[in-house]
Design a protein around this ligand. Structure first.
Ligand SMILES: Cc1ncc(COP(=O)(O)O)c(C=O)c1O
Length: 442
């Protein structure tokens, strides 16, 4: 690899992105619209995307492993999705009323997911976890939610504490009282969960990313999930699976099908809306009933949970969601993406082995993470999160970008549109970067 700095290489290879970034800095904080898109010296500006690829404003082509932050299981601009959205856009983008597609959308979720007896649509994954936690509090009459350090559930106040450290201070501006209603525990230890439920006496829910914290960065086990199910059921605590990422990636029925553990409530977003904005909470009939109107004034005024949202079940998102879930139901797209992800990890692990570099590329379904320097099975969860979000991950991402591969943090998401050539290109780029780093280290 050339010894020129990343800045020089970015300036040379992405000049138009730099121009756009300087413009963005005038109107957008740090020039970005999502913290994860921040990248020094500046991010690539993407002009268009198709299948597994995207192209920036300088015409550079990338194999894309962001896949819409995990939302695009079928790849960019899948023809069935494009057709469904085009048909709907001409019929109206917001119908200001109920429509048939929302029923079809909910029917598909309910058919696919074991836990989904009833469905309520929301605008995003953040909204889904926010509503699920409120449902659990109303159902149990208790206040607190247990979450796990390193598990991400969006950006509303109650889940923003303890993203990594259980006793982390809340982020600036976050209501301390909201964070105090969340008990944060280290991941994967069910004894701690049982003790906390018993000692506190006011726990309404346990929320978990069933595939492991931060889309599998901190791996979990089926045994942990089974035990979590047992402990929550024994103590009448609502078990919430945050399947915003695992939903429709691990299996047509999500993590609950994959691990064989059925939660009380499930939070969905990303794939469920086919790459358009949207999300849902689904779950047990008697909990979801708290959203229902009844022929009872007192219930409607005092016991029903009020819930609004201008863009709930927006027809465009519904059209996209239906198109994608109909593909998900067949299962082929999941198998295809999972298979390719396995091949990618095998190839990258071979590179590490041949270069004598410690570390491992590890996989969950169609998601992969690159842990350099450590064996994930032996590593502390904090170390895994640090490797995924720290400066080394940014450095690898920058180097891979310059080779035409866009990683999300230290890994990414595969889609059914990725190809064997994409995998070969990625492995080659990875090998080139690691071996040139080695030479530079000497
Ligand atoms: C597991 C999980 N839950 C919730 C969210 C929040 O979803 P959204 O970004 O749609 O608000 C995310 C987003 O990445 C997520 O990964």
């Amino acid at each position: 690899m050339e010894r020129r700095s990343f800045e020089e290489r970015f300036n040379a290879q992405l000049p138009n992105s730099k121009i756009l970034y300087n413009r963005a800095l005038q109107v957008l904080p740090s020039g970005v619209t999502h913290d994860a898109r921040y990248l020094a010296p500046f991010p690539p500006y993407i002009a268009r995307a198709s299948g597994s690829k995207k192209w920036d404003v300088d015409g550079n082509e990338y194999v894309d492993y962001w896949m819409g932050h995990g939302a695009l299981l079928l790849g960019h601009a899948h023809p069935k999705l494009v057709q469904a959205v085009q048909e709907q856009v001409a019929k109206g983008t917001h119908l200001g009323g109920c429509h048939e597609l929302e029923i079809r959308w909910a029917e598909l979720i309910s058919q696919l997911m074991p836990a989904a007896e009833k469905v309520r649509f929301v605008g995003s994954g953040t909204e889904a976890t926010h509503l699920a936690m409120r449902l659990a509090r109303a159902f149990t009459g208790r206040t607190k939610t247990i979450k796990f350090a390193g598990h991400f559930h969006g950006w509303h106040d109650a889940v923003t504490g303890a993203v990594v450290e259980p006793d982390e201070d809340p982020a600036p501006g976050v209501l301390r009282s909201s964070v105090e209603a969340t008990i944060s525990l280290p991941p994967n230890d069910v004894v701690l969960v049982e003790d906390a439920i018993k000692e506190d006496g006011d726990v309404a829910a346990v929320i978990v990313e069933p595939g492991g914290g931060s889309w599998g960065t901190i791996p979990t086990t089926a045994e942990f999930l089974r035990e979590l199910r047992r402990v929550t059921a024994d103590n009448e605590v609502v078990l919430i699976f945050d399947e915003v990422v695992t939903g429709f990636r691990l299996a047509p029925g999500g993590a609950q099908e994959y691990y064989g553990v059925v939660p009380d409530l499930v939070c969905l977003a990303k794939v469920v809306a086919g790459g358009l904005p949207g999300g849902a909470v689904a779950g047990r009939r008697e909990i979801m009933e708290l959203l229902e109107f009844k022929d009872d004034l007192d219930w409607n005024r005092r016991r029903k949970i009020p819930h609004q949202g201008t863009f709930n079940a927006n027809p465009l998102s519904a059209a996209a969601g239906v198109a994608v879930l109909e593909e998900v139901a067949k299962g082929d797209c999941i198998r295809q993406a999972n298979g390719l992800c396995g091949q990618l990890a095998d190839g990258m692990n071979e590179v590490l082995q041949q270069a004598g570099i410690p570390g491992q590329v590890y996989v969950l379904g169609s998601m992969f993470h690159i842990a350099l320097e450590v064996e994930p099975a032996d590593a502390d969860y904090k170390r895994l999160v640090e490797l995924a979000k720290g400066p080394k991950a940014s450095e690898l991402r920058r180097a891979m970008l310059l080779e035409g591969v866009d990683l999300m943090r230290n890994g990414g998401f595969l889609s059914a549109a990725h190809t064997a050539e994409d995998i070969d290109k990625t492995i080659e780029a990875f090998a080139k970067i690691l071996t040139s780093n080695r030479r530079m280290d000497r």
